[in-house]
Every structure is written in C-alpha cells, then in structure tokens.
Design a protein around this ligand. Sequence first.
Ligand code: ATP
Length: 308
Amino acid sequence: LVQLYAPLNWFGTYYRMIQQALIDMENMFDLLKEKREVMDIPGARDLQLNKGMIEFNNVSFHYDPSKAILKDVSFVVPPGQTLAIVGPSGSGKSTIIRLLFRFYDVQSGVIKFDGRDIAQCTQNSVRRAIGVVPQDTVLFNKDIRYNIRYGRVAASDEEVEDAARAADIHDRIVTFTDGYETMVGERGLKLSGGEKQRVAIARTILKSPQFVLLDEATSALDTQTERNIQQSLAKICENRTTIIVAHRLSTIIGADQIMVLKDGEVLERGTHDELLSRNTVYAGMWKQQLRKGNETETETSSGDENAD
Ligand code: ATP
C-alpha cells in the first residue's frame, strides 16, 4: 500500500509546486500589468552596461497598425540624469515605459542602453537593469517581507528591513500584528495606495538597478504622504538614470529635462524654467495646475471656515 501511495504523494507535492509556480508567474504578469510580447533573437547577448545612458532614436510604435501611438520620438537621458515626460492622457507616456522594459519591440527606430540596441539583448538582462515603480503596485498574497524581497530574492532579512526603512515603511510594518510576517494582498491586509507605492520603492531600493522608471500615480495622495514618498523616490533616483511619467508638475520641477508629449509626438523639451519662459504648451499646463491647486486650497480653507 505504501508503495502505491508514494507516487501519489510525489505527484501531489509536484502538482502543488507547479500550481504555485503558475500562480507566481500569473502574479508576476499581473504585477507588470502586461504579457510577454517579445522573444529573444537567436544569439541574443546579455546587456553590458557602462554608465547607464538611455537613447530613443526616431522611435515609432503602434499596438494596432491602424493607430500610430509614438511618432518619430527621439531623446537622450545622459547617465545619472532625470527625464520627466508629461502630456495629456493617451499621449503615449506609459507606452515609452513599456518599450524601455521591452514588453514590445518598436516598429521603427531604435532604443539603446549605453549604445546597445535593447532588441538585440536578452530580455532578462535588460529587465535586470531596470527598477520600475508602477502607478499601482500589485502585491502578492504573501507576507510583506516576501513582497519587499521580490526586488532581490537573495536579500537577507536585514537588507529587506533596511530597504523598508529607506522607503519609510518600516515603522508602519512593525505596527502590523505579525510585523514583517503579516499577509498582504487581495487575501491579506489591504495597504493604502501610498503604502503600496512604498513597497514598490523598497523593492527598487533592494534591486539597486542602473535605470529607474517611475509611473507616477494619477490619483493624488495626501500632501504629507506625497512629501515622504518624494523623499524616498529622490533616494532611489540619486545617481541613477531615471525616467518619470509625471501627472503632477510640482514633482518634476527639478528634473534635468522635461519632455512634453502629445498624440505620440514630442512638442517641446527643456528644463522647467526654460519651458516656462517659452510660454507655450508646458507653461499653459503649469498655469492650469496652479489654478487647480489654488481652487483646492480655497475649497479646503472655506470648508474649514464652515466647520468653525
Ligand atoms: P495616461 O496619462 O492616461 O496614463 P498615457 O499617455 O500614458 O496615458 P498610454 O498608456 O501610453 O498613454 O496609451 C497611449 C495610447 O495607446 C492610448 O490611446 C491607449 O488607448 C493605447 N493603448 C495603450 N495600451 C494599449 C494596448 N495594450 N493595446 C492597444 N492600445 C493600447
């Protein structure tokens, strides 16, 4: 009888392992919100990085041939510098992030990291070089420690906790009933948008990548949370080549370069001050945000008056 059960047990164990692996893979795709669309070319080599320069040379891209999404987009982000991309919804900002992560290959033009065409490199080596802080971080149905360690699976507990401290979430985690062993995700403790973003920041700190891609959340966080997150983000972007898709212009005033995208085309680029002095599209967006900010402040202060 034992002999009969042994293979069944074996099968059961492997079945569970395979099932878990599939769940993890599914989670991973969920996490990255996209499916794999590209394959390594035969003989693809690992990306060899030097200082970390990003180049987009005359890139055109469409998901569907009937609708061009990016039209002849070019830019260079020198090593260690930050490029912020702004523009209306649907202008193609997140598409640029997806292309850098090589979810898709471009139809024309070339994307280079340190002079190497990423389409010629292994996808894994390209992705290893990049840390992404997405708009909305999806958490695994595992404990918080696992979720942070996902940035570098070989990291020690101490390194995980150091990353959590740097991302300003350690103090919050220790208030959870089971601390770092607290289950999070859909079936566990629900974290706020700001907390999830800090988990993503902690992961990126652990990964310590050469490139950082930030897709700023559209939904506004409260001012204090926003300020704390900005500080943690500043830490991971320091000395790393960074691209930020920004929705709030106030967060990118200090960017080395701001690029305005509309309908997949680059309308203008420059520093915040240069673009303001040109008094065209960016300056208009800036004035609009200032007006909106003032309106919100007026609303809040009049609300306070009523409360008194
Ligand atoms: P937002 O500020 O709202 O996030 P965005 O500037 O980042 O917008 P993208 O997400 O890059 O815009 O989308 C650009 C265009 O591509 C949109 O018209 C969008 O509908 C389309 N698009 C995005 N993803 C896909 C996809 N997987 N398949 C087909 N079309 C897509």
